[in-house]
Design a protein around this ligand. Structure first.
Ligand SMILES: [Zn+2]
Length: 399
């Protein structure tokens, strides 16, 4: 709550101060006949308009989606910006035209007032940029920091205006027109920034690399997500639409549904202004299936299958390649919990889960034992066998 208020307050302070500067610069610009001061007034006005535009855009874009506009009105803001940018370019063009026309013929009056106005503008612009950068960094708001940097660069325009007027005072009469042309660069820059952002959003450009990485991190950290196949995100106005394609080993629809809800929640809690997250799920593509069988000895394929689970001497783990059912890996793990009095089954189950087994084959049923729940939680499947040796089971599985 406090967060939002400080954000808004900074925006209003910025608009207020910049509007005030635009007015005094325009007034004294006209009064003195200074092209540069008038040009900088127009520049400040474009800055005010773009800030107000953002606020109005937020209002329009917060309108609820309708049947005819199911994706909302977010882009209304960007369409407004497009027209705004064109108007600003025109203003820049006018400033250059005037500067060139009056080059060398400028006659300034009321010079002390004009100089005072330019100095006021310089001082306030410096203070305003510092304020916005400070609040922006404290709130970790990229848009406010970007805005602060814009204002920081604007101090060069204000300084140029002041230099032009002082130059005129010391006899360099064309400096004011030169400063006017210099200021027009800032007007064009403001227009370009607005135009670029608007076009990017209108053409569904991807969001920044950093945000994409953050989303990837949050999604892959969610339990049940095995792999992220693709991630796309675009902005619409101030909001983000995210499309995720993931691989999961969940087979139950109910659980898969919960997983997609959880991913969406996580992303929305970590990243601001996310409108929706679309999660497309695919079954995990496995290169092999890993089996585990409790056994009494470590003699390769001829090892005998144990009648117990927790009390088995060894666990035989092997991989069958899904493409052709070939045995690709086999190893034996000595049961380290054999000597425990209690909970050896549970411990053994945890050991097998950390070894990422997919299927457990046993002689005795472990259903309803604590080991069962550990394995079930990790989506391990179960099978019972009456085979005596590992070899028989492998042959059966291959066939
Ligand atoms: Zn500016």
């Amino acid at each position: 709550m406090i967060h939002l208020e400080r954000d808004k307050k900074a925006a209003f302070v910025s608009i207020g101060v910049t509007a005030f500067l635009a007015i005094i610069k325009y007034f004294f610009g006209i009064l003195s006949g200074s092209i540069a001061l008038t040009a900088d007034a127009i520049h400040s006005l474009t800055d005010v308009i773009s800030s107000v535009g953002v606020l109005i855009g937020l209002k329009i874009s917060s309108r609820k989606p309708t049947k005819a506009f199911p994706y909302g009105f977010y882009k209304a803001e960007n369409i407004v910006s497009l027209f705004l940018a064109l108007a600003i370019f025109y203003a820049g063009y006018e400033i250059i035209l005037t500067s060139v026309e009056k080059f060398g013929t400028v006659v300034l009056t009321n010079l002390p007032f004009a100089i005072a106005a330019a100095l006021t503008s310089l001082v306030f612009t410096v203070l305003l940029s510092r304020y916005k950068l400070k609040v922006g960094r404290e709130l970790n708001s990229p848009s406010l920091i970007a805005d602060g940097k814009h204002t920081q660069a604007d101090t060069y325009a204000s300084a140029a205006v002041l230099l032009g007027l002082l130059g005129y005072y010391f006899g360099f009469s064309s400096l004011d027109a030169i400063a006017g042309i210099f200021v027009s660069v800032f007007v064009f820059r403001a227009g370009y920034e607005i135009l670029k952002d608007a076009i990017k959003v209108l053409l569904d450009a991807s969001i920044g690399y950093e945000s994409l990485n953050r989303i990837r991190e949050v999604a892959s950290g969610t339990y049940g997500v095995r792999k992220i196949r693709s991630l796309k995100a675009r902005s619409s106005g101030k909001f983000m639409f995210i499309e995720l394609e993931i691989e999961t080993n969940l087979k139950d629809l109910e659980r898969a549904h919960q997983l997609s809800d959880r991913i969406e929640e996580q992303i929305k809690s970590e990243i601001k202004n996310v409108d929706r997250v679309l999660v497309h799920m695919e079954p995990e593509e496995k290169e092999y299936i890993r089996y585990a069988i409790p056994c009494t000895e470590n003699k390769g394929l001829s090892s005998k299958v144990s009648g117990h689970f927790g009390a088995a001497e060894y666990f035989c783990l092997f991989d069958l390649r899904t493409a052709d059912n070939e045995l690709t890996d086999m190893r034996f793990i000595k049961n380290p919990y054999l000597a425990l009095e209690r909970r050896k089954g549970l411990k053994a189950a945890e050991l097998l889960v950390t070894n990422k087994i997919d299927k457990l084959i046993t002689k005795e049923s472990i259903a309803q034992k604590s080991a069962f729940y550990v394995l079930e939680d990790a989506y391990v499947e179960f099978e019972e066998t009456d085979a005596d040796a590992i070899e028989e089971i492998v042959e059966e599985l291959k066939a």
